[in-house]
Design a protein around this ligand. Structure first.
Ligand code: NAD
Ligand code: ISE
Length: 339
């Protein structure tokens, strides 16, 4: 494939993540520019577009995709809006980077899986950015090398300083634990077959109606056990840690010991405060990998199959959570396009 010229991207959704991706493409990513931004909040779209040379503001994703100046789409609207934007992009056969989750449930993810197969080629990279984080990449390489033997267990901690307004128990699974679902499948190369959710007495710091923290257990097709502590009102910062326990040793990431200071009889470091800070490098690499692959005429990274598989695990997770019992994951056979 010959290298295309500069990729002109339409960014759909200009909230927290969308605005950060606009900044990234504008200032960090090589080989791409932001040609259009879309937000149902027209004023918001206009104010983001105003900061980017040659960028047009829209309120309708389909209108931006019809712009002759647009040749790729980055979807950063809320999950329930992803299906319509993906289908509009498929109509024009445009390459897409779609923020996680692919869609909010397994049935809609399956519709996207079927629609992409009808196109006959992959068009979508799903925004599971942990696959581009330097520490996760190292852990994956070590596990793949076989030096530690077979992975037996994976312990995960996923902590946020505070949950955003309106965060629900189901969002704890669909918005937060979905990341551990993806890294588990990717690190171990196995599907998740069942989910159990346990709950301690909640923290008094969680908003009314949110049961926080929760303890989620995955079983995998290869017989590994994976646990996830999800705690979205821990108060002190943003922490994502993982420890693989294998036959010949263990490997742990996410301790964040970039710099340790000793002062006044104490030692310590700082804790990141949110995902934008903790995963800055991962988002940069994710978007650069998408732009590079798109300019080569290729699609790489997490696929619609990965988005669908995570949605199916989410569905089992939310059922396990609400019914208080171990729930098996229902997954279709993997289509040939994603072999
Ligand atoms: P947000 O609420 O801050 O922003 C969403 C924006 O989309 C808002 O400006 C809203 O007006 C706009 N919008 C709503 N419906 C729209 C539509 N149909 N078309 C166009 N714009 C629309 O949300 P956010 O936190 O930026 O999350 C956006 C996406 O990014 C979600 O899919 C979320 O799960 C994902 N996300 C990913 C990470 C990560 O670590 N990878 C972190 C946070 C959020
Ligand atoms: C958010 O949507 C994300 O994707 C973050 O990575 C995650 O840590 C957070 O819990 C979610 O709400």
């Amino acid at each position: 494939m010959t290298q295309r010229g500069t990729l002109s991207v339409a960014v759909i959704g200009t909230g927290r993540m969308g605005a950060d991706h606009v900044r990234r493409i504008n200032e960090v990513t090589a080989g791409a520019r932001v040609a259009a931004v879309v937000d149902v909040d027209g004023e918001r779209a206009k104010s983001v577009a105003a900061g980017v040379e040659g960028c047009t503001a829209y309120t309708e994703p389909a209108a931006a995709m019809a712009d002759a100046d647009v040749d790729a789409v980055l979807i950063a609207s809320p999950g329930p809006a992803h299906e319509a934007a993906l289908l509009a992009a498929f109509e024009r056969d445009l390459p897409v980077l779609c923020e996680k989750p692919l869609t909010p449930d397994a049935a809609s993810a399956l519709r996207i899986l079927e629609a992409e197969q009808k196109l006959g080629h992959r068009r979508v990279q799903v925004g599971f950015m942990r696959r581009y984080d330097a520490e996760y990449v190292k852990l994956k390489a070590l596990l793949d090398s076989g030096q530690l033997g077979r992975p037996l267990m994976l312990h995960n901690r996923h902590r946020n300083a505070a949950s955003p307004p309106g965060f629900t128990d189901a969002m704890l699974i669909n918005d937060s634990v979905v990341h551990e679902m993806d890294v588990t499948r990717w690190l171990l190369g196995q599907e998740i077959t069942a989910v159990t959710v346990l709950r301690p007495t909640p923290t008094g710091n969680a908003p009314e109606g949110l049961s926080d923290p929760q303890f989620v257990v995955f079983e995998t097709g290869g017989g590994a056990l994976v646990d996830v502590e999800i705690y979205v009102n821990c108060g002190f910062g943003y922490q994502v840690q993982a420890e693989a326990v294998c036959e010949y040793g263990t490997a742990r990431i996410g301790d964040g010991h970039a710099m340790v200071t000793h002062m006044a009889g104490r030692w310590g470091g700082t804790v990141a405060q949110d995902y934008v800070e903790r995963f800055a490098q991962a988002y940069d690499h994710e978007v650069q990998a998408w732009v590079d692959a798109t300019r080569r005429g290729e699609v790489t990274g997490p696929s619609v199959w990965d988005g669908y598989a995570a949605a199916a695990v989410c569905e089992a997770g939310v059922r396990a959570q609400s019914e208080g019992r171990r729930t098996e994951v229902e997954l279709i056979d993997r289509p040939a396009l994603y072999a």
